[in-house]
Ligand binder design. Sequence first.
Ligand code: URA
Length: 201
Amino acid sequence: RTPLPAGSLGNMGWDELQDAVAACQACALCQQRKQAVLGVGDRQQPDWMFIGEGPGADEDEQGEPFVGQAGKLLDAMLAAIDLQRGRGVYIGNAVKCRPPGNRTPEAAEMDTCRPYLQRQIELLQPKLIVLLGRAAVHSVLAQERPLASLRGRPHEYLLNGRPIPVVVTYHPAYLLRNLTDKARAWEDLCFARRLLADARR
Ligand code: URA
C-alpha cells in the first residue's frame, strides 16, 4: 500500500487531487471499490459544504456522492432551505471509497482518508460545514459523543487558523429509518442558515 503523507496535501489542485484519490491504495477500501468518489458541486468558495460518511453502491457505480435513496432525501433537505446541489453547495464524504456492504468506515480508514478531505476543505474554503451523521463528526471534529448532544450548537473547523462554523445533523440514511427525527434535522438546517447569515455579517 502507498501511505498518504500526513496532514494536508500541500499545493494539490483539483485535478491532482482527483487523480490521487482515483489511484489511492492507502487502505483496504481500494480493493473492492469500482471507483473512488471525491465529491460534487460548486468549487468556487461555496457557502455550504455537506460531508457524509462514504459512497454506497449507487455512488460507487456513478462516481458521485449521495445519488441513491439517501441522496434523494438530501436533495429534498437542500430544497427545503432553497439550496440546490452545485449552486453554492459542495457535497463530499469522510471516505472516498465504498466500505464493503455499506458498513460504517472504520476510524483508521477515516484517518487515512482525512488528508483528502482536508485538502478539499482548503481548496473550497466553504463558509459553513454541515456534518451528516456520526462518521463525518468523527472525521472532522474528532468527537465520539452521541450526535444528539452535538446538534443545536455551533462547532468550529480550524482552516489554517481561521474558524469555519460547523453544524452537526443526522445522516439522511438514518432519517429514512427514523422519520420522527426529520423535524430535528429541519431545525439543524435552519440553525445552519442562521449561522451562515451571521458569518456573512
Ligand atoms: N451515504 C453517504 O454518507 N455518502 C454518500 O455519498 C451516499 C450515501
